[in-house]
Design a binder for this molecule. Structure first.
Ligand SMILES: Cc1ncc(COP(=O)(O)O)c(C=O)c1O
Length: 433
């Protein structure tokens, strides 16, 4: 197989050695960050292709620069595949990432200072859903909705009641750390009742939505945004899907799709990242194949197996478990309030990568939170099944109970390394050998 790294090895040994070390880190550890995945060689190759050289401001067949005939065909294919995958009326594949995609929707549909509702950050919302340190909370008026204090679940009656009082112009549904199913239809109904746009941010669960493993909001939500690098298993990037007609502006100069497109370009971005968009097309092609649905089902099975093991070991999970690809461990009942960072570091040392996370109604702080967020997309790609999830769950429980004990960390590290050796990463790829 062609070794793509043959020349970087000689021309830039400094960066070459860091890429090599990163690959070793990935190979010798368990990746449980729910927003990460392992892309295919084809996706890597498309990202490393000559499309990175091109400028193509504008949209297919309406560009500002010459020489775009192949970029046009590639972007057309990416759009068509995404439409088919999600049942979308209109797709824009140009957002550089998830945050710019969300920013573009705000830019297209709201005026500065307008009121919107998004899920509270501690309860599992994203920074771009209204955090005060983000553009969304600084330039717009966010009134957050929360999960129920007892059940830690979304309470749609409460959200409806709040929306009637707040009268938002837009409501965001979607998650970064909410482990249960989301009833996107209920959100759409609430939005229709209070005359708000519904923006569904499916960045985390896009793959599950595309395959019907989770309810898919794209066919009915006004707008849906996503990243392409999480469960969708594509390159780092973003995408916006929407209805063509603007329900509040049926006779306006621009329809909804045109408003979204012009918010991305020329509103917020310049030239699209054509190499990344080529890789998006490749990933969408992979996701349209039958095996991808089995992969998504396995993600959820693995998450349930991991959650089950953790709970058997006496750990408490936010909302009592998981229906999707992620779960959040509550460290509070272990007497570890605010200790998420320390436990994350101990797990890191043992070769298990997770991220510290806030829990609903967080008693600690965002820098010293009381939760750990784990997810199964990357390990599922690697080939892990329920039995491996049990080993990982038991290892995590051991570290939480002994996070300051060097011997415990060392022993777990050995077990993890043994497990990793059985599941080599990119076994057929000669890159960096
Ligand atoms: C729900 C959600 N939306 C948006 C984003 C932002 O994506 P990016 O990091 O690509 O800007 C994330 C990232 O984790 C996310 O979880």
């Amino acid at each position: 197989m062609h070794d793509m790294m043959a020349s970087i090895n000689k021309t830039d040994p400094e960066i070459y050695s860091l890429i090599r070390k990163e690959r070793e880190r990935l190979s010798n550890g368990i990746e449980l960050i729910p927003s990460e995945n392992v892309v295919s060689i084809a996706v890597l190759q498309a990202m490393g292709s000559v499309f990175t050289n091109k400028y193509s401001e504008g949209y297919p067949h309406k560009r500002y620069y010459g020489g775009n005939e192949f970029v046009d065909s590639m972007e057309d294919i990416a759009i068509e595949r995404a439409k088919k995958l999600f049942g979308a009326e209109h797709v824009n594949v140009q957002p550089y990432s998830g945050s710019p995609a969300n920013q573009a929707v705000f830019f297209a549909l709201l005026k500065l200072g307008d009121t919107f509702m998004g899920l509270d950050l501690n309860a599992g919302g994203h920074l771009t859903h209204g955090s005060t340190v983000n553009f969304s909370g600084r330039q717009y008026n966010c009134i957050a909705y929360n999960v129920d204090k007892e059940t830690e679940l979304l309470d749609y009656d409460e959200i409806r009641k709040q929306a009637k009082e707040v009268k938002p112009k837009l409501i965001i549904s979607g998650l970064t750390a909410y482990p249960r199913k989301i009833d996107f239809k209920a959100f759409q109904e609430i939005c229709d009742e209070v005359n708000a746009y519904h923006m569904s941010d499916i960045a985390h669960i896009a793959g599950l939505c595309a395959t019907g493993v989770h309810q898919n909001p794209v066919p009915f939500a006004d707008v849906a945004t996503t990243t392409t690098h999480k469960t969708l298993r594509g390159p780092r990037g973003g995408m916006i899907m929407c209805k063509i007609e603007d329900k509040f502006d049926k006779n306006g100069k621009k329809n909804l799709a045109q408003k979204i497109d012009s918010a991305i370009f020329p509103g917020l971005q310049g030239g699209p990242h054509d190499h990344v968009n080529a890789a998006k097309a490749v990933a969408f092609g992979e996701a349209l194949k039958p095996g991808y649905k089995d992969y998504c089902r396995q993600i959820v099975k693995n998450a349930k197996a991991l959650a089950g093991t953790l709970m058997d070991k006496g750990l408490e999970l936010v909302a009592g478990g998981t229906d999707n690809h992620l779960m959040v461990i509550k460290l509070v009942n272990k007497g570890l309030t605010g200790k998420g960072k320390e436990v994350q570091n101990a797990l890191d040392e043992a070769g298990i990568t997770v991220n510290k996370n806030t829990i609903p109604y967080e008693p600690g702080s965002p820098f010293n939170p009381s939760g750990l967020r784990l997810g199964t997309p990357a390990v599922t790609t690697r080939g892990f099944k329920e039995s491996e999830m049990k080993v990982i769950g038991e290892s995590i429980a051991k570290i939480i109970d002994g996070y300051t004990d060097k011997k415990t960390i060392e022993n777990v590290k050995k077990d993890i390394l043994e497990l990793c050796r059985q599941f080599p990463l990119y076994p057929d790829f000669t890159v960096l050998e």
